[in-house]
Design a protein around this ligand. Structure first.
Ligand code: ADE
Length: 243
């Protein structure tokens, strides 16, 4: 997959993309990520990319010319095509399903809005999709773009060390993920559940499933409604008083 990001603040991406799973995925050739400074396409000596809003009001608005020019130039850098996604609090809500949908494609172009907003013509005539990462307003689309990239990249085949781990994560089958333990077996008197030390894989699987069910029933009962529970699952949940 190829991901291009258009931003006024390319420096913000340096740390997060040079560490951990994203860096490993880039090094392994699973994904190419290119961050571009929109100002490169801004005209004039001062490379101004924003301007006052028509009709008045607070803040500055991202101008259409440099953003269209940047997107059009960057699209030409590779033959693959994919959605042009504007990160904005008025977009559709990002979640695991959207991450899977985007991970199935070959290419993403992410546009980070900034300041008080972006010119409406970018929304209407350039973006093919608009994504929000939640009901809060951030200072710009950079952090949301990082969230989207992280969630998408970890779904790409070969991005994670163990091929199964993306599937086992929370939300993949709509159950929340059970707690994890590592050594030592006892820490400050708190012990690791016996079954995890037993070496009985089928017992461990059963224990994990039940913990997943319980956690989901307690914290996100809305998710449980979307998944087909077995009779045994239901009976067990009832016994726990959460069925
Ligand atoms: N830009 C500012 N806030 C945002 C949000 N919540 N999601 C996506 N882009 C944004």
């Amino acid at each position: 997959m190829r991901i291009d990001i258009l931003t006024l603040f390319p420096g913000m991406f340096r740390g997060p993309f040079e560490e951990s799973i994203i860096k490993r995925a880039v090094d392994a050739g699973v994904v190419e990520i290119h961050v571009h400074d929109i100002r490169q396409w801004a005209k004039g000596r001062h490379k101004v990319a924003d301007d006052y809003p028509y009709g008045g009001g607070p803040g500055m608005v991202l101008k259409p010319e440099p953003v269209f020019a940047a997107a059009e130039a960057v699209l030409e850098l590779a033959p693959e095509r994919g959605p042009i996604i504007l990160l904005t609090p008025i977009g559709r809500r990002f979640g695991h399903g959207v991450a899977l949908e985007l991970a199935r494609g070959q290419r993403l172009l992410l546009l980070c809005g900034h300041y008080e907003g972006v010119d409406a013509r970018i929304h209407e005539h350039l973006a093919t999709d608009e994504i929000s990462i939640g009901d809060y307003v951030l200072s710009g689309g950079e952090l949301p773009a990082m969230v989207v990239v992280d969630a998408v990249v970890r779904q790409l085949p070969g991005a994670l060390g163990c091929s199964e781990s993306a599937e086992q994560e929370s939300f993949a089958d709509t159950l929340l993920e059970s707690p994890h333990y590592t050594r030592p077996p006892e820490f400050r008197g708190w012990e690791v559940p016996e079954v995890l030390l037993s070496g009985h894989h089928s017992e461990v699987d059963k224990w994990r499933r039940r913990r997943n069910l319980l956690l989901t029933a307690q914290r996100r009962p809305d998710l449980l409604e979307r998944i087909a529970l077995s009779k045994e699952d239901r009976e067990w949940l009832e016994e726990q008083g959460v069925g």
